[in-house]
Design a protein. Structure first.
Length: 155
């Protein structure tokens, strides 16, 4: 899931760069047209020239607006999730999930899981990955001081 998120961010970054390039190219064309008008090469009263200038301005402005909108969407994705952040999150969840008596805190389980399967050798906590990633990003309940009665051995 981290790889997909990173790949999506890379694609968006490339798209933003392409949009900015398109805007810069349209701006450069406009400058060349203005230079041609100033040097007397192009006739100001030519209707085709007016249409071309209008078209280039629209392309430039649209590319800039699209690039800004895409950059804003990329910024709204929030901080990147690193493997180290996931390890830290998992460690905190493991440590705070259990009570002193060996049981589990139901409120913590409910925050992360849709279903819990208990086997003789393992426990599988299942739920939407987006909820887990959101919890990892927020990290507020894990970063709070450890409540009394938690085991501190990391299991």
């Amino acid at each position: 899931m981290l790889d997909r998120r990173e790949e999506r961010a890379k694609r968006r970054t490339v798209h933003i760069a392409e949009l900015r390039k398109r805007g810069a190219e349209a701006d450069a064309r406009l400058k060349r047209l203005y230079d041609a008008i100033e040097n007397g090469i192009a006739d100001v009263s030519d209707p085709v020239l007016k249409e071309r200038v209008t078209e280039l301005k629209a392309i430039r402005d649209q590319a800039r607006a699209d690039a800004e909108r895409a950059a804003g969407a990329l910024d709204r994705l929030g901080p990147s999730i690193t493997p180290q952040a996931l390890k830290t999150f998992a460690s905190q969840v493991r440590r705070r999930m259990r009570t002193v008596s060996g049981g589990y805190r139901r409120d913590h389980l409910r925050a992360l899981a849709q279903r819990v399967e208990v086997d003789a050798k393992e426990i599988r906590i299942m739920g939407p990955k987006s909820v887990l990633l959101e919890g990892c990003l927020r990290f507020t309940w894990c970063a709070a001081p450890e409540p009394k009665g938690n085991r501190a051995d990391g299991d």
